[in-house]
Design a binder for this molecule. Structure first.
Ligand code: GSH
Length: 201
């Protein structure tokens, strides 16, 4: 291996996509390895924790867990605060996104009518509550910490983008519309020149 490899599923979503965006914004030339669903069972046990994304760096063991990957890239490439307390605040929000995924993620594999019923309950209480707490803890504008993008913004962007396309059954596309700070971070990342460059490749 001569250059970093980011291994994730073949989709521009979630934990893998936020790591790809971070690597791209960091200016790192990396191999974007996309695993087909059918090939995953054979690979699962080869990964550190049985899940993706995994970042492979030349001369290092594979690194797993999206937040660990993001924080490491962020620290090395000025996409995460140097100050320990500020960094921890960013990491707290990154964990908040992981909490959301831990709650909503399992509904993807639910069959009907359980999926409908569980998601409708999430729309009533968990999702507005999650957004309210996110909103309360975003100090800056347009990005989380102000004028400059950080890895936390990429993670928040992916979380909002999951729903606002209206492609998640039973979850309205406008679920986060009443949370202006959250939407502002989403929009600022969407409109960031480096992010646009990634999607125009
Ligand atoms: N805590 C891990 C969670 C990783 C995770 O659950 N990844 C999902 C895809 S987003 C996965 O690998 N699913 C397939 C499986 O668990 O077999 C992280 O943040 O990267």
């Amino acid at each position: 291996m001569t250059k970093p490899r980011l291994v994730y599923f073949d989709a521009p979503v979630s934990r893998g996509e936020e790591c790809r965006l971070a690597l791209h914004l960091a200016g790192i030339d990396f191999e974007d390895v996309r695993i087909k669903g059918a090939d995953w069972p054979a690979l699962k046990d080869e990964t550190p924790y049985g899940a993706l994304p995994v970042l492979e760096l030349p001369g290092r063991p594979p690194l797993a867990h999206s937040n660990a990957i993001l924080v490491m890239i962020g620290r090395m490439h000025r996409l995460h605060p140097e100050d320990a307390f500020e960094a921890a605040r960013h990491e707290g929000m990154m964990q908040h996104v992981e909490d959301l995924r831990a709650v909503v993620g399992p509904t993807i594999r639910m069959a009907e009518p359980e999926k409908k019923s569980v998601r409708e309950k999430l729309v009533e209480s968990y999702l507005p509550s999650w957004a309210r707490f996110a909103e309360k803890n975003i100090p800056g504008a347009p990005f989380f910490a102000g004028a400059k993008v950080n890895v936390v913004d990429l993670k928040l962007h992916m979380a909002v983008r999951w729903f606002i396309g209206g492609k998640v059954d039973y979850i309205p596309a406008a679920i986060f519309a009443d949370y202006p700070k959250l939407m502002r971070v989403h929009d600022a990342v969407r409109d960031h020149a480096g992010v646009k460059a990634w999607y125009s490749k």
